[in-house]
Design a protein around this ligand. Structure first.
Ligand code: ADP
Ligand code: MG
Length: 609
């Protein structure tokens, strides 16, 4: 067996490879038939590094030189990790490598490694097991942002792999079940792994995959089931876990995991532990275990509900449910997911192999044997442009499939404006101050024209790799400028969640703020135009009309100073009414001019005849 191209599931807790043989995907197994490689590294004095099961076995004896969960560090900054760093028992350093590029390093012993290098060590092991293929498709969670994907790609490259593509784990799962062959389906992928939970909703139409929504929890998974069992046993045996005896914690943890796995098969099992020469025993039934983990399972369903809401779907509109991740083997999980969606989920494939199997199918497609499929990702947060007064005008909305392109036309607000500054923002809120600023650029050398006359077309393009390029072109003069926005750091899943949540919480407030700014802009324009008109044809107003107009103008000026959007709206409307006679007079004059022009033209025409 020597495949030249493989699919790799680079997991938080386990990694593995698969490849297509005689048209069917198969996982790569070691001589003992084991496919899963613990995503764990152990470093030794002499510079050698153990990967996988051997490394995991050393965790207890040598925690300082053993590292888990590298995936959590990929493409992140120190700020992103503030919440998580205490869970990683290693020193993490951030270095500014100049030109706004920050890089994380994990300190192990007296050496430092980037997350990319650490992941590469895992990938190298996976690659070796598969007989050293040169090309691979690697999977990432659907919510991974550009820098996390880039870091994964880099890790592959460091491991000597030509990374054909980075694809979403849920998409890979759907491919493994051959759902690409269905004409049209809406699919939920429920992925409960070791440390993370992801729920993704995909739509498949004529072989085209689109991620409709993703949700989840980066700190919810099988580890939490283990912890619930540990606490249960510790309580029964009178252990105080706060003392943080690493040996006790580690042995309790690995025994708890065994008990959990046994309970997926059996109705009851024995939880046994030897500690400080004493033997401890506890009978644990599946029902007991289920009552311990029920709240955790319910939390996953909450996330599914949120994903459905985002995708604007009801549970019964889902055609297929796929279970992914080792923890989806727990019978209670299967039962609750089936109840929630009212559907028996797909469980035929091994839940901790399905992502790798799907990646292998994709690798096979990309290596040239099949070209019948297209994969699509989505824009994780809306992208927009700042318009008058700090309002964000969204150009590409969240969850738009990429590559995505959208153009919006703007104009100038002042006469003879020769340059436009474009500020680009990311986020769900209405005002720039609540969103993330991505970049600024200037479109200059616009020939002087009256306000509202230039036509500035701003085009946003998000390419396959999630990179945003913004181009602006003034149509009348042909002037253009462009900028490529590269994320200097990624947004965390929590950040994305928080930003989305905030936009809901602040929706009304933001809406009012936005309306106020818009009315104010209109008021300013109206005041300017009226002033001009008064200077030109002011004499046609009678004294009462003039007085009403002035009263309305004063009220408008005051309302503009305040905060009350309804008052401002009324003032704008009243002012508009008061200026009507003026507008009519202007209009009459224009019409008269036009008519007289027409008359001349007719006369001329007659003369020719
Ligand atoms: P990840 O994708 O997060 O790297 P996996 O999908 O491989 O991880 O899931 C690993 C988790 O699955 C671990 O918490 C492991 O204990 C759990 N697990 C594996 N097999 C079973 C089983 N039979 N019953 C319950 N949990 C299991
Ligand atoms: Mg996984």
């Amino acid at each position: 067996m020597k495949p030249s191209v493989v699919g790799i599931d680079l997991g938080t807790t386990f990694s593995l490879a698969a490849y297509v043989r005689e048209g069917r995907p198969e996982v790569v197994r070691d001589e003992n038939g084991v496919a899963l490689i613990p995503s764990c590294l152990s470093f030794h004095e002499d510079g050698s590094v153990l990967v996988g099961t051997a490394a995991k076995a050393r965790a207890l004896a040598d925690p300082q030189h053993t590292i888990f969960s590298v995936k959590r560090l990929m493409g992140r900054t120190l700020a992103d990790l503030q919440k998580e760093s205490q869970l990683i028992p290693h020193q993490i350093i951030e270095r500014d490598l100049g030109r706004n590029r920050k890089v994380l390093f994990v300190k192990i012993g007296d050496r430092e490694y980037t997350p990319e290098e650490l992941s590469a060590m895992i990938l190298r092991e996976v690659r070796q097991r598969a007989g050293n293929p040169t090309k691979a498709v690697i999977t990432v969670p659907a919510y991974f942002n550009d820098s996390q994907r880039q870091a994964t790609r880099d890790a592959g490259r460091i491991a000597g792999l030509d990374v054909l593509r980075i694809i979403n784990e849920p998409t890979a799962a759907a491919l493994a079940y051959g759902l690409d062959k269905t004409q049209s389906a809406t699919v939920v992928v429920y992925d409960l792994g070791g440390g993370t939970f992801d729920c993704s909703i995909l739509s498949i139409r004529d072989g085209i995959f689109k991620v409709l929504a993703t949700n989840g929890d980066t700190f919810l998974g099988g580890d939490d089931f283990d912890r619930a069992l540990m606490n249960h046993a510790a309580q029964a045996w009178g252990f105080n876990l706060d003392q943080k005896d690493p040996f006790l914690l580690q042995s309790l943890r690995s025994r708890a995991e065994e008990v959990k796995i046994a309970l997926s098969q059996n109705e009851a099992t024995d939880f046994a532990l030897t500690y400080k020469g004493q033997n401890y025993h506890l009978q644990v039934s599946r029902a007991q275990f289920e009552s311990l983990i029920a709240p955790l399972v319910d939390r996953t369903l909450e996330k599914c509900r949120a994903a459905l809401r985002d995708a604007q779907l009801r549970a019964k509109q889902i055609d297929e449910v796929i279970l992914v991740g080792g923890s989806s083997r727990v019978p209670l999980v299967r039962q609750k997911v089936a109840e929630f969606f009212g559907k028996t989920p797909h469980t035929d494939l091994n839940p901790d192999e399905v992502v790798a199997l799907g990646a292998a199918v994709q690798a096979d497609i990309l290596s040239g044997t099949r070209r019948d499929m297209l994969l699509l990702d989505v824009v994780p947060l809306s992208l927009g442009i700042e318009t008058l007064g700090g309002v964000v005008d969204k150009v590409i909305h969240r969850n738009t499939p990429i590559p995505a392109r959208a153009t919006t036309r703007y104009s100038t607000s002042v006469d003879n404006q020769t340059a436009v500054i474009l500020n680009i923002y990311q986020g769900e809120r209405e005002l720039t101050k609540d969103n993330q600023h991505l970049g600024t650029f200037k479109l200059s050398d616009i020939p002087p024209m009256p306000a509202q006359f230039p036509q500035v077309d701003v085009t946003f393009l998000v390419n396959e790799d999630g990179l945003l390029t913004v181009t602006a072109k003034e149509q009348r003069s042909g002037r253009s400028a462009q900028v490529t926005v590269e994320a200097t750091h990624g947004l965390t899943r929590e950040e994305v969640d928080r930003l989305i949540e905030e936009s809901v919480v602040h929706a009304q407030e933001d809406f009012d703020a936005r309306r106020f700014i818009e009315f104010k802009a209109k008021a300013e324009a109206d005041l300017r135009h009226t002033e001009k008109a008064l200077a030109e044809t002011g004499e046609i107003l009678d004294p009462t009309q003039r007085e009403t107009l002035e009263k309305c103008r004063q009220e408008l000026l005051q309302a503009m100073q305040g905060q009350d959007v309804d008052r401002l709206q009324k003032a704008v409307v009243a002012f508009g009414k008061a200026t009507l006679p003026l507008a009519e007079a202007l209009m009459n004059r224009v019409v008269k001019q036009a008519l007289s022009g027409k008359t001349t033209a007719e006369v001329d025409a007659n003369q020719i005849q």
